[in-house]
Design a protein around this ligand. Sequence first.
Ligand SMILES: C[S@@+](CC[C@H](N)C(=O)[O-])C[C@H]1O[C@@H](n2cnc3c(N)ncnc32)[C@H](O)[C@@H]1O
Length: 319
Amino acid sequence: MPDNHITTESDGDLDSSNRPSTTVSTNTVAEMLEHGQSLFDNSSLYFGHGTDNSWDEAVYLLSFVLELAPDVDRAVLERTLTAAQQAAILALFQRRIDERIPAAYLTGRAWFCGLPFTVDERVIIPRSPIAELIINGFQPWCSAEPNRVLDLCAGSGCIGIACAYAFEAAEVVVSDISPEAVEVAQSNIALHKLDYRVSAVESDLFEQLRGEQFELIVSNPPYVDADDYASMPDEYYHEPELALASGDDGLDFTRRLLREAADHLTDAGVLVVEVGNSWVALERDFPTVPFLWLEFSEGDGGVFLLTREQLLEHRESFQ
Ligand SMILES: C[S@@+](CC[C@H](N)C(=O)[O-])C[C@H]1O[C@@H](n2cnc3c(N)ncnc32)[C@H](O)[C@@H]1O
């Protein structure tokens, strides 16, 4: 897979050490980035949709207008911008501030596992920590490459499509209850020319997948609880509520999934599910279930793994 994503403070060529110390105009790329950073810093924006700071956000939007590659050389900082380029970049900066639209919706493009995805307000912007598991081939839990993978609650299809890159012979199904999300997933399958082994299905949970089994089911379902949903930064309300909210404690969908998943896993199959902060409520509700909370390079991801065997063993708890 190609390198992870757009330039960031820590790993990109346009990193913080290259920032100019003063801003007098927006004539050069460096001046424009410093201006964007300063605008964003003074607008109390929330960064949680692909970047985590104002500099990277400015780089992301500017790179889109100038069509810069993620690994562009730092010499680009000295490039002079045309008046039209300056106007286009400033207009994007302003929309980001005025409308609190996440940058990826402004560009229509997001990155996941180093791969590009088309996104718009029909799907959430990819950001799942599951990316790290995919890049590592779900080791050591998938000792053999899975033949069939299901990305349940697929949104843009980013998880399933990235799995298709990780498991080069696997057949992948991406499913979602939202017909609009399925359209976006289909466009991403086409973008990656994976139609021959990745398919998109509109389905409420397993409803349209009766009788189908998979070695690996991966899911980043809606899991935000009602309190958290009511107090999210404005940026999140541009994303579909159906993709985020899941009842009072955020677990309405996950409870259904725990009840039904075993029927759709092969004997050695595993289920990997992201529940974020709702892991606390899950542990409280199912104290005897041995959820394996997976570790990530950057802290907790709120992602658990259960084998089919464990799901069967605790089936009664899930009823
Ligand atoms: C958090 S988003 C995840 C999208 C994508 N997997 C990602 O990581 O970017 C959750 C998705 O679950 C879908 N969803 C919600 N309820 C569902 C259900 N009952 N059955 C299938 N999909 C559902 C939503 O439409 C949304 O696209």
